[in-house]
Design a protein around this ligand. Structure first.
Ligand SMILES: N=[N+]=NCCCCNC(=O)[C@@H]1[C@H]2[C@H](O)[C@@H](O)[C@H](O)[C@@H](CO)[C@@H]12
Length: 453
């Protein structure tokens, strides 16, 4: 089968299946302070020397804030029927609460209207890591007031765009927000404090529940939560490795989904955090129960796990599978893990509607030659993971769509622009867009198997 023949599933996805691509505000927009916007914690973090590789910042990024019309046309040329993006909270509320910046609302309204004109379904993420700096100065997600701040911000957007946007996501990857921002410190705001991280996670769950409730009150019917999920396979059948994998599964995959679906944390959290784990009351736990209308699954890889008492706080570490292919992020290419995690959700949480809200890979791309960029590894990753998604459909998973991460090469957080996930190349000098072979493959797959626009 040639590279260009989209090797897709024998059975086509259900009618109405969404074929999209995903991005986030700070990673693509640039112009972070334009037209009255306030600074976010990522604006401050990226401008702090040493925090981001090569001291890259999102000051320009993909310049999407100026090129959004061109990018919508690009999505249409790829045949996308959906697009997932996030709203920069500090463009809407420069101080995080209070005064609304109309220019910020206008930017996203124009973007949504342009998508709808092209028959592209918008999926709006309310929070993709870029908390207004003014709120971080008031305690940020560690503040007891943070769920209220978030629900008020969400309500402004529900009222401004709720008549146009049908698919909403409250939080993108609460685990990475918590672990990256408050436990390991590699992401904004760069804290390393286990007790604070447990409180932040709790407030994020309260914020999801509060924003879901304010959405219901505004008549919003499809509000989801996007989570990074990663199967944890024990390195051996020893009890130590089995327990280590179970702890890491609780820590990464169930820390947030168990509370929203069951109103309780995984039992292992107390073991993992010890005395740093707060003593939550029964009513506090029950208040977390806010089952999403759909689960957004961000899948990249799995982990093979070995017990390691020195690898805190979980006492488990990843074992690199040297004989297997890896991406430029050093993540194992393991498409079966996508099927496995989708079937796991189906069985554990009662087969909720699911969208794959992120799936993709960074690889070292070759230079374009004669207007062509042959990103073979990314194309193969995409093909194998679309097949994996198809296997989940055949197992009865209520899979409603697939969003490739990412539409564009963009600002990859603490890696800056050194890691490229795009189906479309963004030239580092003039930001010119060039559809890579992986983007062409995706376009052909959508034409062949998608309901299309
Ligand atoms: N081992 N291992 N495995 C996988 C760990 C995944 C954790 N990182 C993510 O999920 C982030 C998510 C984010 O939404 C996006 O903003 C990022 O650009 C992508 C790419 O990094 C992914």
């Amino acid at each position: 089968m040639s590279e260009r023949t989209p090797a897709m599933p024998t059975d086509s996805p259900p009618n109405g299946f969404l074929w999209g691509a995903a991005t986030s505000a700070y990673q693509i927009e640039g112009s972070p302070l334009a037209d009255g916007a306030g600074p976010s914690i990522w604006h401050r973090f990226a401008h702090t020397p040493g925090r981001v590789l090569n001291d890259d910042t999102g000051d320009i990024a993909c310049d999407h804030y100026s090129r959004w019309r061109e990018d919508v046309a690009l999505m249409a040329s790829l045949g996308l029927n959906a697009y997932r993006f996030s709203v920069a909270w500090a463009r809407i509320l420069p101080e995080g609460t209070g005064r609304v910046n109309q220019a910020g609302l206008d930017f996203y309204r124009h973007l949504v209207d342009a998508l709808l004109e092209q028959g592209i379904e918008p999926m709006l993420t309310l929070y993709h890591w870029d908390l207004p700096e003014a709120l971080d100065a008031r305690g940020g997600w560690a503040s007891d007031a943070s769920p209220g701040w978030f629900a008020d911000y969400a309500q402004i957007l529900y009222r401004a765009l709720g008549d146009r946007v049908r698919l909403w996501i409250t939080l993108n990857e609460p685990w990475v927000i918590t672990a990256g921002g408050y436990l390991y410190g590699d992401l904004a705001p760069g804290h390393c404090n286990p007790r604070e991280s447990a409180i932040v996670a709790h407030n994020l769950l309260r914020a999801h529940a509060a924003a879901s409730a304010s959405g219901r009150a505004e008549g919003i019917e499809r509000i989801g939560l996007a989570v990074n999920l990663e199967p944890q396979d024990p390195a051996s059948d020893s009890p130590e490795d089995q327990d280590a994998a179970a702890r890491r599964d609780a820590f990464i995959n169930r820390w947030f989904l168990d509370p929203v679906f069951f109103g309780r944390y995984p039992a292992q959290m107390q073991t993992i955090f010890g005395t740093d784990w707060p003593d939550f009351s029964a009513s506090e736990l029950d208040a977390l129960r806010a089952p999403p209308d759909f689960v957004g699954v961000n899948y990249y890889s799995r982990s093979v796990v070995r017990a390691d008492p020195t690898a805190q706080p979980v006492g488990a570490r990843r074992v690199r599978q040297d004989t297997r292919p890896h991406t430029a992020m050093d993540w194992e290419v393991h498409p079966q893990g996508l099927t496995d995690i989708l079937v796991w959700i189906q069985g554990r949480y009662g087969n909720p509607p699911v969208y794959i809200t992120e799936n993709g890979a960074a690889f070292e791309d070759p230079q374009p030659v004669a207007g062509r960029l042959r990103d073979r590894e990314r194309l193969a990753y995409l093909r194998s993971h679309l097949r994996a998604a198809s296997r989940a459909l055949r197992r009865g998973v209520d899979l409603r769509g697939y969003f490739a991460w990412s539409l564009l090469d963009n600002f990859e957080w603490s890696y800056g622009y050194a890691k490229r996930f795009g189906l479309v190349r963004v030239d580092p000098v003039d930001r010119q867009r060039l559809i890579k072979d992986s983007g062409r493959f995706y376009r052909d797959a959508i034409r062949r198997y998608g309901g299309g626009r």
